[in-house]
Design a protein around this ligand. Structure first.
Ligand SMILES: Nc1nc2c(ncn2[C@@H]2O[C@H](COP(=O)(O)OP(=O)(O)OP(=O)(O)O)[C@@H](O)[C@H]2O)c(=O)[nH]1
Ligand SMILES: [Mg+2]
Length: 411
């Protein structure tokens, strides 16, 4: 998806940590994967323990010198820091090192820019990029002037980059209006879905966990599923029937990642709203990832930030084909969990059963006799709820079922 015809640039990964060295190493590994997704590569790592990142150069003075030597040794094109840098840090680092200086935020924004395919997705990414630039104008001028292409140059054109804050603000206003228009259309669609009483299930999770694969397995949606970060940016919704015949709507969403830039969360709020209006969340976890616990924390934190709370959660521990069978998998924050290998189509039946059970939670149990002139309601019960029993008696059809309130009210 990203044009990789250009020469892959070489970067040195740079990170600082206060206490947790292991988490910092994992974060650098993820940064390296992000870099690969963007079409470039990491050549070595610099990690420093600091109480706080250095205000003027992110890493300490000695480490800057060490990095300078490494740049020469590896003939690196630039460095990429694992946290969002301030304009001052960018300027000082690029003065000292004379190579490109970028950060995790700009890299993620860049990947989003390359992967956004719908009008709304593109507008949202541009919004996030402009906000980043508006807050870094003083620092990135020089750093960006070294960019011949590659990271940081996709999305809004170079000329716009150089323009002043006022122009950016004007453009942000236009983007905001456009996004509002699109999100209004989405709201109308959502309202219709809510009125149709079909339960909505949002698939959430860390990037690359298997969310799109899950939607494809259940509905044959044909969404891109790929071993890369942020393959999906735009929500796709499809209908699907659960084992008892009840219809549900499944929505695939953009993946989360540790240190997801706030501007992006903000910009993607309208697409991520799909999760806010869902009846149930399916939380897909790559159980084979050694950092799965951290990933789960990030997902719950991000959901909180998006004000998606208090929903029933089914956690799907996926990729069990890559896992030792005895390994215990637990998510104390979920209402239910299941192990799957979506690649091998294992555990899908059990997952649907558990999903169906979760949906039953808020359903009303009915046991009544439906007169034959109301027999058409049976179809509504069948698709909108779970039909347990139907018995054809003289005075009508005896129906036992679990149904949502609005269906119970019309019977
Ligand atoms: N081994 C293994 N790989 C899997 C399984 N399920 C999905 N994958 C692979 O994991 C990769 C990511 O899957 P996706 O469905 O694209 O993941 P996603 O959560 O939608 O990722 P983003 O859209 O990038 O956030 C793909 O290469 C899938 O083929 C599984 O059960 N086992
Ligand atoms: Mg996806």
């Amino acid at each position: 998806m990203i044009n990789t015809d250009r020469v892959r640039e070489k970067y040195i990964l740079v990170g600082v940590y206060e206490k947790d060295e292991e988490a910092a190493r994992a974060s650098l590994s993820e940064l390296s994967k992000l870099l690969e997704t963007a079409g470039d590569k990491a050549v070595c790592r610099v990690l420093q323990r600091l109480d706080n990142p250095n205000n003027s150069t992110y890493i300490g003075k000695g480490k800057v010198e060490e990095t300078e030597t490494l740049i020469k040794e590896f003939e690196a094109d630039g460095i990429i820091c694992d946290d969002e840098l301030t304009p001052v840090q960018i300027r000082n680092l690029s003065d000292a090192l004379n190579v490109k200086v970028i950060d995790r935020t700009i890299l993620i924004l860049d990947i989003f820019a390359a992967h956004a395919s719908t009008a709304e997705g593109k507008l949202q990414v541009e919004t996030a990029q402009l906000k980043y630039r508006a807050s870094h104008l003083t620092g990135i001028g020089k750093a960006l002037s070294r960019l011949g292409g590659g990271i940081g140059t996709r999305g809004p054109g170079e000329t716009r980059l150089e323009s002043d804050r006022r122009a950016i603000r004007r453009r942000l206003g236009v983007l905001n209006d456009e996004i509002k228009k699109l999100s209004k259309a989405r709201n109308t669609g959502r309202k219709k879905r809510i009125e149709s009483s079909v339960p909505v299930i949002a698939i959430v999770g860390y990037t690359n966990a298997g969310k799109s694969t899950l939607l494809n397995r259940l509905t044959g949606a044909g969404i891109l599923e790929e071993d890369m970060l942020f393959a999906t940016l735009d929500p796709t919704t499809r209908t699907c029937s659960l084992p008892y015949g009840e219809k549900v709507l499944l929505t695939d969403t953009v993946g989360f990642i540790n240190k997801l830039p706030h501007n992006l969360i903000d910009a993607f709020k309208s697409t991520l709203e799909e999760a806010r209006y869902a009846d149930v969340l399916i939380h897909v976890v790559d159980a084979s990832d050694e950092n799965r616990d951290l990933h789960m924390d990030v997902v719950y934190e991000t959901l909180k930030e998006l004000e998606v709370t208090g929903k029933p959660v089914l956690t799907v521990f996926n990729k069990t084909d890559l896992l030792n069978k005895d390994e215990i998998l637990k998510d104390v924050r979920a209402d239910a969990s299941v192990r799957t290998s979506l690649r091998k189509s294992e555990g899908i039946g059990e997952m649907c059963e558990k999903l169906s059970d979760l949906l039953l939670r808020d359903r009303r149990h009915i046991d009544l006799i439906l007169p034959y002139e109301k027999a058409d309601k049976l179809a509504i019960i069948r698709t909108g709820g779970r039909l347990i029993k139907e018995e054809y008696l003289e005075q009508g059809i005896r129906v036992e079922a679990y149904v949502p309130d609005d269906i119970a009210d019309i019977l």
